[in-house]
Ligand binder design. Structure first.
Ligand code: DGJ
Length: 390
């Protein structure tokens, strides 16, 4: 080859190699050091260690060893449908997060439960100390069927960040009645007939829903399962808490010891109360649950419940939010309460919520606020910015 052409080719190859290095290296390594996140600023962009806004919506956090893992829905630019799957981020300080990639990926296999374009929401992961498996549960709607499938999905992994293997999806507790349905309740159930309630939202219809109209309707095929969270109690027993019965009633269902199935024991909370977005925590022996009303992607007023047993009875309390936009949960909707180790910290519990942006889903924002206690009850004050205090 002509030495001039060879020299020219060599320098072109060198330039191309350098360009590749610059394009593939994270911003932090390229000299433009990504500024460390030093405080939580709810509602603002939250850059990960590469400077990209964190994409893990409707999520939950699991601590494993000294690391926190944040799992959430990957949101695309123009659709809320799942084009990617469940993402995972890792952090030691809850402020600066590394992108660990896709923990559970949707698939291109046609007709698969988690086919790309399905609706996959509110993933939560719990660790099973006995099987040493990471168990992920999520709300699943089959591709092209809107919100009609109303299923939960389960996936499992050997490492926190995955990859998670999809196991199955279905409705909940087919063929099982709630534990509180005794002789009296079953006598009422026998009289309930959907044909007698043609008009919805009448007092008679609401009463019938509260008595179990939809539980009876779905008894054979399984109970509907939409917005959800998971909770592991001090004794290692785990529970799946989800909006059921056309989003009118929450169910708490016990999980098997491997955390991969329901045992069949479940109870109903706030029958006909129309709650979504459950987030639960336990403080000094009391179970607290924060939920929202059902207004799609639009925010509404948070609700709060407490109980001294997970099986109830659950008592409703006023909205725990305080400050600007407290009447619409500061513009967000609950997703999770993260319990962190106490002592030098501002608060033992962090309330996590999503500010949805349905027209530009990827730009949805996060609300993280400390939960404080006033007169023995949780309250959530708005803060423009706060430090976790590690
Ligand atoms: C409210 C739910 O909480 C969200 O997870 C999502 O399902 C939207 N509804 C869809 O409108």
């Amino acid at each position: 080859m002509d030495p001039k052409i060879m020299k020219h080719t060599k320098s072109l190859v060198n330039i191309a190699l350098w360009l590749m290095v610059f394009i593939t290296l994270p911003t932090g390594v390229c000299g433009q050091e990504q500024k460390k996140v030093s405080a939580i600023r709810s509602g603002e962009l939250w850059p990960d260690e590469n400077g990209q806004h964190i994409n893990a919506h409707g999520g939950g956090v699991l601590k494993y060893g000294d690391t926190y893992f944040w799992f959430g829905e990957h949101k695309a630019e123009h659709t809320s449908n799942a084009l990617v799957g469940v993402t995972c981020y890792a952090s030691e300080d809850l402020l600066n997060w590394r992108n660990c990639g896709v923990a559970l990926s949707v698939t291109d296999e046609r007709g698969h439960d988690i086919e790309r374009g399905c609706i996959l929401e509110r993933p939560k992961v719990i660790y099973n100390q006995v099987t040493k498996k990471f168990c992920m549960w999520f709300h699943l709607e089959l591709k092209g069927r809107g919100y009609n499938a109303a299923r939960f999905g389960v996936a499992v992994a050997d490492c926190p960040e995955g990859p998670y293997k999809f196991l199955y999806s279905q409705r909940a507790n087919a063929g099982m009645w709630p534990i509180e349905f005794g002789e009296q309740e079953m006598a009422v159930i026998d009289t309930l007939d959907g044909a007698n309630y043609k008009e919805e939202w009448t007092p008679a219809w609401l009463k019938a829903v509260a008595q179990g109209l939809f539980v009876k309707r779905d008894f054979g095929t399984g109970q509907m399962s939409r917005d959800m969270t998971l909770f592991v109690d001090d004794d290692g027993k785990a529970y799946h808490i989800f909006s059921s019965e056309e989003n009118l009633t929450l169910h708490i269902a016990e999980l098997t010891d491997d955390y991969l199935h329901h045992t069949g024991r479940y109870t109903r909370i706030a029958p006909a109360g129309h709650n979504e977005a459950p987030a639960i925590f336990k403080h000094e022996g009391t179970y607290w649950m924060i939920t929202s009303g059902c207004t799609g992607w639009a925010p509404n007023e948070a609700r709060m419940f407490s109980a001294s047993s997970i099986w109830g009875p659950w008592t409703q309390h006023p909205n725990p939010c305080r400050g600007p936009k407290a009447e619409i949960t500061f513009g967000g909707q609950s997703t999770f309460v993260l319990a962190i180790d106490p002592s030098p910290l501002t608060s033992k519990y962090i309330f996590m919520a999503d500010i949805w942006r349905p027209r530009h889903p990827i730009d949805a924002r996060y609300i993280w606020l400390p939960i404080e206690f006033e007169d023995g009850k949780p309250v959530i004050h708005w803060r423009d910015e706060w430090e976790i205090g590690f």
